[in-house]
Write a protein that binds this ligand. Structure first.
Ligand SMILES: [Zn+2]
Length: 391
């Protein structure tokens, strides 16, 4: 399916579904009159909605057009639907089946090198999605919407992964088409940080905000940008790659091919390395190699300083975004977002120091409420919104 066909379909589906919802029941002629679409466009759209199970067609007792034939009317389907969300991280894949209201019914996970094994990752995503669906007690023909998040930028013009320096083994892949082929249903695909933002907005710390940044700080560091209630993706879909901002004084090579990127200084693996060092020299009995939660490590004062420093470094980059975009909130997610008060405090300090007071004084800085599940729940929230539009 090309982007143009998908966009055209969405443009007709939206008004047709809205008209059916508002009228309660409607004939094709009613829909053509109310929406202003041609009869053939309505006919094509209705056929798609019927085949996806979003609407049903029933007979009425009233004759149609005086010829004694019973009329048929279209109504929204009352059938119980289910949503599928798929979260692809750099090293894991998780799929969940949820009710149309967003309540998770079943969740399945697997670990694998997603960055370097795209085909296997997509295969696993489809297997886990089908498994979660089965465990939820639903069938594929009951699925109302599917969305997936991938750990890299998608070019909105072509639907393919396009940044050769960030997710190089995925370049030229169309993840939506690949997943659609494996699942037999349309799948809406977006960047993982954007999905995290949608998760926190639907179910977590960003529920009150129309203008906020969600910072996913894990192996990579990306920002999901929501402005005026809408996800902002930039002109081609690459916005938010803050992990590749140059940090003065840093010189390590980054996976993007450049040197001194934010990610080389404060990725979760770099921070864990530093934590291991300070814990071993401070005589702590905590073993960072056992990957204890960061909030637990933060009870050690030396470890807390490392987390505060990491927060300050990310906060220095976020402060420029605060100056530029004047958001109402910064929501900190990913593994580092779970670093508790020291990490959040470090980000806050840098914003207070480097952003203009008028913006810094009003922006809230907070940890996400959904932890590692923000991206997955964001795909569910996206599937919920997409359930009436994709096809
Ligand atoms: Zn980089």
């Amino acid at each position: 399916m090309t982007l143009d066909v998908g966009a055209r379909r969405r443009r007709t589906r939206d008004p047709v579904l809205t008209a059916i919802t508002e009228l309660g029941s409607a004939t094709r002629a009613d829909l053509s009159r109310v929406t202003g679409l041609s009869r053939s466009a309505v006919g094509e759209c209705v056929a798609g909605l019927l085949s996806d199970g979003l609407i049903v067609e029933t007979m009425t007792d009233e004759p149609s057009g005086g010829r004694g034939r019973p009329a048929t009317v279209l109504r929204l389907s009352s059938r119980r639907g289910v949503l599928l969300g798929i979260d692809l991280g750099h090293a894991h894949v998780t799929a969940a089946a949820a009710t149309s209201g967003g309540e998770v019914l079943a969740e399945c996970s697997g670990e694998l090198d997603v960055d370097h094994c795209p085909e296997r990752a997509l295969d696993l995503a489809a297997i886990l999605a089908k498994r979660a669906l089965r465990r939820s007690g639903h069938r594929l023909d009951e699925v109302m919407g599917i969305a997936a998040g991938i750990p890299g930028p998608l070019d909105m013009r072509t639907n393919v992964v396009s940044a050769p320096t960030i997710l190089s083994d995925w370049v030229d892949l169309d993840p939506a088409a690949e997943l659609e082929q494996r699942l037999g249903r349309a799948v809406l695909v977006g960047n993982d940080a954007d999905m995290g933002a949608q998760g926190e907005r639907a179910f977590g710390a960003a529920r009150r905000f129309d203008d906020f940044l969600y910072i996913k700080a894990s192996h990579g560091i990306g920002a999901g940008i929501v402005l005026g209630g809408q996800t902002y993706r930039g002109s081609t879909g690459i916005a938010g790659e803050i992990g590749h901002t140059h940090i003065p004084g840093a010189s390590n090579w980054c996976r993007c091919g450049s040197r001194g990127c934010l990610e080389t200084v404060v990725s979760i693996s770099a921070v864990r390395e530093r934590l291991a060092h300070v814990l071993s020299t401070s005589g702590s009995d905590m073993d960072v190699n056992l990957l204890p939660p960061l909030a637990e490590l933060a009870r050690n004062s030396s470890a807390a300083r490392v987390l505060t420093d990491a927060g300050r470094t990310i906060g220095r980059v976020v402060a420029d975004l605060v100056n530029c975009l004047n958001p109402a909130a910064i929501v900190l997610g990913g593994e580092l977002g779970a670093g508790g008060t020291p990490f959040v405090g470090g980000v806050r300090e840098s914003i207070d120091r480097y952003a203009q007071p008028a913006s810094a004084n009003t922006v809230q800085v907070t940890a996400g409420q959904l932890g590692a599940r923000a991206e997955l729940l964001g795909t569910i929230a996206t599937a919920m919104r997409a359930s009436t539009l994709i096809g």
